[in-house]
Design a protein around this ligand. Structure first.
Ligand code: ADP
Ligand code: MG
Length: 579
C-alpha cells in the first residue's frame, strides 16, 4: 500500500482540486442520503398524528428535493472521481510507455513480451479500478455506514443493536467467499490467456502444423485445455451458487428481526411508526456497504499487487543513458576507434581485446564465421550495447560521453534481423524521418535495388506490409532496411549481413550503387560472403571475438590464413553452382 501511494502521490497531487471537489460531492451526497429517512420519519409521524394536509405536502416536497439533490451530488461525485482515475491512468500509461522505450535491448532480451503487455494493460487497469471505484466506494460506504449507524443509535440503541447483529456475519461471508471467488476468477483468467496463446501460436504456426501432420495432436491438446477451462468455470459457478443465497438469507434475516422486534414495539406504543419506517430505510442503506466492503477490499488488494508489478518496470534503469553533460559531436563524425574492447554475455565472451581504427570515408569489411562476434561489434558503434571493458571512440570522443540520440542520428544501421511495421512500404522506408518527400523515398528504394519490386506491388509505395498486408521475401525485407538507412543520409553506414538473402548479382549491383553514392562516408560492411567484401578497401577477419587478420582481398588471399581458406571454399561453391 505504501509503495502504491509513493508512486501515485504525484499523480494524485496534480488532481488535488478535482479530488477536493469530488470529495465534497461525496460528503454532500452521503449527508443528504442519510437525511432522507429522517425526513421520511417526520412525514410518517405527521401523517399518523393526523396533521393538516398542507403540512404533510410540505414534507413530501422536501423529500422530493432531497432525492433530487442526492442524485445530483452522486452524479457529480462519480463524474469527477471516476474521471480523475481515467486521467491518472492516461498519465501513468504515457509515462510507462515513455520509460519502456528508453530501456536497452539487453532488458528486452530477458523479458517475455506478453508479460510486459500484461503489465501495461491488465495491471494498469487494476490500478485505475483501485484509484477510481475502489477509493470512491470505500470512502462513500464507510461514511454512509458511520452516519446511518450514528442516527440509528441516537434514536433507539436497542433496535439499532438488533439491526446490526448480522452485519459481522455478512462482512465475514463477503470476505470469506470474496477471496475464494477472486482466486477462482484469477485461475480462469490465467486459463483463458493460456487458451489464447495456444490459438495464437497455432494460427501463426499453421504451416508447421500441416507440414508435421500435427492437426490431430493439436486438437487433442486444445480440447484438454478447453475442458480444464470449463471445469474452472464450473468451480466458480458452484461457489457463487452458495454465496448469493447465503447473502440474501442473512440480509433477509436482518429485516425479519427488525420487522419483528420493531413491529412489536410500535404495537405497544413504545416506538412511533415514523421511527420504525426510518429504521427499515437505514437497513436498506446498510446492505450495500456490507456487500461492497468485500468487493472494495478485493479491488484494493488487486490494485496494490498490480502497482507493485508496474513499479518493477518503472524502476528498471536504462543501462544505456545519456551522460549528464553530453559532449557535442563535430559536424564531421570522424574516425571510429575500438580500443582494447571486450564484451561478455552471461553465456561467455563475445569480443576479447579488439583494437581497430576505421578512418572517416573508409569502406571496411568485417568477415568471420557465425558467432564470431560481428553483430556484437557493430552494435557497439551506435551504443546499443556498452563494452564490458575498453573504449569505443568516435571522432576521438568516448561514445559514452555523447548523447546517444545525437550519435544514432549520424549512423545508418541495417541490422541482421529486419523489423517491418504494419504500415505502408513508404512509411516503413521513411521510418524516423519526418515529412520525407516521396522523391527521396523513391531514390532510397532505387539505390537499395527495391524500386523495381515495389512498382510490381498492387498499390506501389502505398502497399501495406506485415500482418494485414503482403509478405515480403527475405531479400526484399533486407533491401527495404537498406533504403530505410539511406534515407537518413547517414555519415556512417553499417550493413550487418544485410545482403545475405539477396542473390550475388543483385548484391553486386546494389554495392556498386552504394559505392558511387557514398563517397566520403564511412561504410562498415559485415558479411560471411567473400563476394560481398572483396572490393572493400580493408578487410578485417574476426574469429572467436578477436581480430585475426587485416588487409586487402589480394593481401589476405596471399596470406593463406582463414580468409584465403574461406575465399577458396566459396569460389568452389560458386563453380559447383554454375555446373
Ligand atoms: P555474429 O554476428 O558474428 O554471428 P554475434 O555477435 O551475433 O556473432 O554473436 C557472438 C557470440 O555472442 C555468439 O556466441 C552468440 O551466441 C553470443 N550472443 C550474441 N548475442 C547475445 C545475447 N543477446 N545474449 C547472449 N549471448 C549472445
Ligand atoms: Mg551477426
Amino acid at each position: 500500500m505504501r509503495e502504491s501511494i509513493q508512486t501515485l502521490w504525484p499523480y494524485l497531487w496534480r488532481h488535488r482540486r478535482g479530488m477536493a471537489l469530488g470529495l465534497t460531492a461525496l460528503v454532500a451526497k452521503d449527508a443528504v442520503a442519510v437525511a432522507i429517512p429522517l425526513l421520511l420519519k417526520s412525514t410518517v409521524d405527521q401523517l399518523t398524528q393526523g396533521s393538516a394536509w398542507a403540512l404533510v405536502i410540505r414534507w413530501i416536497a422536501l423529500l422530493m428535493v432531497a432525492g433530487l439533490l442526492k442524485g445530483a451530488f452522486q452524479y457529480a461525485m462519480r463524474v469527477v472521481l471516476i474521471g480523475i482515475s481515467r486521467d491518472i491512468e492516461y498519465d501513468l500509461r504515457n509515462d510507462l510507455f515513455r520509460h519502456l522505450v528508453t530501456l536497452s535491448p539487453g532488458f528486452y532480451a530477458g523479458q517475455r513480451t506478453g508479460d510486459i503487455m500484461a503489465r501495461s494493460t491488465n495491471d494498469l487497469n487494476a490500478v485505475r479500478m483501485m484509484l477510481g471505484p475502489g477509493m470512491m466506494y470505500l470512502t462513500e460506504t464507510s461514511l454512509t455506514f458511520v452516519l446511518a449507524v450514528a442516527v440509528m443509535l441516537s434514536f433507539d440503541p436497542g433496535l439499532a443493536a438488533l439491526a446490526l447483529l448480522p452485519a459481522p456475519f455478512v462482512s465475514f461471508a463477503v470476505i470469506f467467499f470474496g477471496r475464494r471467488i477472486h482466486e477462482r476468477f484469477e485461475k480462469i483468467q490465467a486459463m483463458f490467456s493460456g487458451i489464447s496463446s495456444r490459438v495464437q501460436e497455432n494460427l501463426s504456426g499453421v504451416r508447421m502444423i500441416r507440414a508435421y501432420v500435427q492437426e490431430e495432436a493439436e486438437l487433442r491438446r486444445f480440447r484438454d485445455l478447453n475442458e480444464e477451462y470449463i471445469a474452472q468455470n464450473l468451480r466458480l459457478v458452484r461457489i457463487q451458487g452458495v454465496f448469493q443465497p447465503l447473502l440474501e438469507a442473512l440480509i433477509g434475516l436482518t429485516f425479519l428481526i427488525v420487522l419483528w422486534a420493531g413491529g412489536l414495539r410500535v404495537l405497544s406504543g413504545d416506538l412511533t411508526l415514523g421511527t420504525f419506517v426510518m429504521f427499515n430505510f437505514y437497513m436498506g442503506m446498510l446492505v450495500w456497504p456490507m456487500i461492497a466492503l468485500g468487493w472494495v477490499v478485493n479491488l484494493m488488494q488487486r490494485g496494490t499487487a498490480s502497482m507493485h508489478r508496474i513499479n518493477e518496470l518503472l524502476h528498471e534503469q536504462p543501462s544505456i543513458a545519456a551522460p549528464p553533460v553530453p559532449k557535442a559531436l563535430p559536424a564531421r563524425t570522424g574516425a571510429i576507434e575500438f580500443d582494447d574492447v571486450s564484451l561478455h554475455y552471461s553465456a561467455g565472451p563475445a569480443l576479447s581485446g579488439v583494437s581497430l581504427r576505421i578512418e572517416p570515408g573508409e569502406t571496411i569489411a568485417i568477415v568471420g564465421r557465425t558467432g564470431s562476434g560481428k553483430s556484437t561489434l557493430a552494435e557497439l558503434i551506435p551504443r546499443l550495447r556498452d563494452p564490458s571493458s575498453g573504449v569505443v571512440r568516435i571522432g576521438g570522443i568516448d561514445v559514452r560521453d555523447l548523447d546517444p540520440a545525437d550519435l544514432r542520428r549520424r549512423i545508418g544501421m541495417v541490422p541482421q534481423e529486419t523489423f517491418l511495421f504494419s504500415t505502408t512500404i513508404e512509411e516503413n522506408i521513411a521510418f524516423g524521418v519526418e515529412d520525407a518527400p516521396p522523391e527521396k523515398v523513391r531514390w532510397a528504394a532505387e539505390v537499395a535495388g527495391l524500386a523495381h519490386d515495389i512498382e510490381g506491388f498492387p498499390a506501389g509505395y502505398r502497399t501495406m506490409v506485415g500482418e494485414r498486408g503482403i509478405t515480403l521475401s527475405g531479400g526484399q525485407k533486407q533491401r527495404l532496411a537498406i533504403a530505410r538507412a539511406l534515407i537518413r543520409d547517414p555519415q556512417v553506414l553499417i550493413l550487418d549481413d544485410a545482403l545475405s538473402s539477396v542473390d550475388t548479382v543483385t548484391e553486386e549491383r546494389i554495392l556498386t550503387g552504394l559505392r558511387q553514392l557514398l563517397g566520403g562516408r564511412t561504410v562498415i560492411l559485415i558479411s560471411h560472403r567473400v563476394s560481398t567484401v572483396r572490393e572493400a578497401g580493408s578487410i578485417v577477419v574476426l574469429d572467436r571475438g578477436s581480430v585475426v587478420e587485416r588487409g586487402t582481398h589480394q593481401e589476405l588471399v596471399g596470406a593463406a590464413g582463414y580468409y584465403a581458406d574461406l575465399a577458396q571454399r566459396q569460389a568452389l561453391e560458386e563453380e559447383l553452382e554454375t555446373i
